[in-house]
Design a binder for this molecule. Structure first.
Ligand code: B12
Ligand code: SF4
Length: 527
């Protein structure tokens, strides 16, 4: 059976390419079960659509698998339909949120055969086994049970029973939903992504030299940054957010397992910088302390970033209402630094506590402020993303957000609200007629840095002008060289101000690169 995996390019033509962790997990798992395959890596090869088309004409497959973030819908639609036009007999499998968060839509707008919903490793292996053995994916339950979904105007899926975690096109063109697969409890069980299956050199060369992550922390040629996924899912449900593990419990790998992967990546590729690409790396003080203690004990001498929330060190009471002394929280931040962390990413999102409530963020802006002070004191770099454009956004709330950042001296990675399928704001936008044609909306959306939709009472012009005015002001005030104020991976000079502030607080970590090592300079966030 001939199998192809396609890795799309989210930001084609830019220097910003990143190893595809989700696909890395999937192909590694499938390989372990004895399957051989080709990978068409559009990101690493910077292949044009014409190239992809020609490739598909030259190479025939029984199964072609692809997936991405839902914002890449337009390209995915093109790709699936191109595959089906050129080789109609190949089975096309779609994964990640472009499949699982809008199955009804992609079954209508493309000729896709199977959508994998959620965690994909086990599911795809079962699907490949079934195709190889010419077995069915399950049975359609009679009488037909329709499964409701928010995306009205698209065909319903009907309930089926068989391989969990898939939605598939049956022979009679019914779209059959076999239901969710139960998430794997212990994610240490997944094999580490085998980066030898990819053109890892290209990723490291481009990623390192072009400073796509926090690599300017090292001398240019010394940084070898690689991603590591340490946790899956999140314990919160913000109304602007959606990820593949949305309906699964929050799961964290053990520190031992993560350390083992870091050691392997260092040994094999010389990696000395690790981006923990998680929705949420640590949700509570206890587990966070336990994890960093193990890292300190391992004395790895490498550096890392992670994803936390403003309530981890910024909130002075725990979930049960018991006080958490500042010292305890500061101590954790110091331990982060000692363990090699340079920046723990967390976000203000909005300076308006009312909007934070609409976001269901379950944090208050004061937590953010407190955490910024704690992180600075410990020697961690602060950065934030903000979302402009919740329905209750006004000039005043934008000012509230921006002026807080001005005081805290943090230049934000700014984006406009971009309602994505399965989120609270998606439902809001549909219910209130802001999204009228789902296919058109998904085809048109780009990134949150671009203006895509207006749910506020302000005009688009007003909102853009107000946002840009403030960003310009912060840019000038902080002495940033930003040409693109909505930076996506740009350089933020203000972080250099943080260097100066942190200079006297060099972390105790035993650094393996000493020259020009600083704890403050950091490339802008890439979200
Ligand atoms: C790294 C990253 C990026 C990188 C992508 C690099 C890369 N090549 O992967 C960059 C910086 C480019 C990026 C950009 C954006 N991102 Co981003 N990103 C992430 C991040 C932090 C890690 C992804 C990851 O590795 N996850 C870990 C793996 C294990 O999970 P996974 O990718 O979901 O993979 C599993 C399944 O999805 C599935 N699967 C994945 N691929 C495939 C392929 C096949 C064939 C199959 C069958 C299955 C399958 O199997 C995997 C294992 O179970 C996630 C947060 C997160 N932790 O997921 C956000 C996240 C994916 N990003 C998100 C968003 C919103 C964006 C942006 C739209 C933001 C923006 N600027 O507007 C842009 C998209 C830009 C664009 N042009 O479309 C959202 C996704 C929203 C959605 N519903 O689709 C996430 C979940 C963050 C969030 N909670 O908001 N991002
Ligand atoms: S925005 Fe962050 S805290 Fe909120 S649901 Fe998404 S990952 Fe969790």
């Amino acid at each position: 059976m001939k199998i192809l995996f396609i890795n799309p390019s989210l930001r084609q033509g830019t220097d910003h390419i990143f190893l595809p962790v989700g696909l890395g997990y999937v192909v590694t798992y499938v390989k372990q079960y004895g399957y051989n395959f080709d990978i068409l890596d559009i990101d690493a090869g910077d292949y044009s659509n014409e190239y992809v088309e020609q490739y598909l004409r030259k190479h025939k497959y029984d199964v072609i698998c692809l997936g991405s973030i839902v914002t890449h819908y337009n390209w995915m639609k093109w790709c699936v339909n191109t595959i089906k036009e050129i080789q109609p007999d190949s089975k096309v499998i779609l994964g990640n949120s472009v499949g699982g968060s809008i199955p009804e839509v992609v079954f209508q707008t493309t000729k896709v055969d199977i959508v994998i919903y959620g965690e994909a490793e086990i599911t795809i292996t079962k699907v490949l086994d079934a195709i190889k053995n010419d077995e069915s994916f399950g049975e359609i339950l009679e009488p037909l049970v329709e499964i409701p979904h928010a995306n009205k105007g698209y065909p319903s899926t009907v309930r089926g029973k068989g391989i969990d975690g898939i939605i598939y096109r049956a022979k009679n063109n019914l779209i059959v939903n076999n239901g969710k697969r139960k998430a794997v409890k212990n994610i240490d069980e997944f094999p580490f992504p085998d980066w030898d299956l990819f053109d890892v050199e290209t990723y490291l060369r481009i990623g390192g030299k072009k400073k796509v992550s926090y690599s300017s922390f090292y001398k240019r040629d010394e940084a070898i940054a690689m991603p590591v996924n340490t946790a899956r899912g999140c314990v919160f449900k913000c109304t602007f957010c959606h990820y593949v593990f949305w309906h699964d419990p929050y799961r964290h790998r053990s520190a031992e397992n993560v350390i083992l992967e870091m050691k392997q990546l260092n040994k094999k590729y010389g990696a000395n910088f690790f981006n923990f690409w998680d929705e949420l790396s640590f949700h509570k003080l206890g587990p966070a302390n336990k994890f960093v203690d193990k890292l300190i004990e391992a004395d790895l001498k490498w550096h890392w970033t992670c994803a936390i929330r403003a309530d981890l060190m910024g909130k002075d009471v725990d979930a049960k209402g018991n006080p958490v002394p500042r010292e305890e929280r500061l101590n954790l931040a110091k331990k982060f630094v000692k363990a090699g962390c340079v920046s723990a990413g967390y976000s203000l999102e909005s300076g308006s506590d009312e909007i934070l409530k609409d976001m269901n963020k379950k944090v208050e802006s004061k937590f953010f402020k407190e955490q910024v002070h704690i992180c600075r004191e410990a020697g961690l770099i602060n950065n934030t993303s903000i979302i402009i454009g919740y329905p209750r956004e006004t000039k005043e709330t934008i000012a509230q957000t921006m002026s807080q950042l001005e005081k805290l001296k943090i230049y934000p990675s700014t984006g406009y609200l971009l309602p994505l399928p399965e989120t609270g704001m998606w439902n809001y936008a549909l219910e209130n007629g802001h999204i009228k044609n789902i296919d058109q909306y998904l085809t048109d959306i780009t990134e949150r840095q671009d203006f895509n939709i207006n749910l506020t009472k302000m005009s688009r012009k007003e909102m853009e002008a107000e946002t840009s005015k403030w960003l310009k002001r912060l840019n000038e005030k902080f002495g940033n060289p930003l040409k693109n104020l909505f930076k996506t991976g740009g350089e933020d000079k203000n972080t250099q101000n943080q260097v100066k502030e942190n200079k006297n607080q060099k972390p105790e970590i035993n650094q393996n690169t000493t020259e020009e090592l600083n704890y403050g300079r950091v490339s802008g966030t890439m979200r």
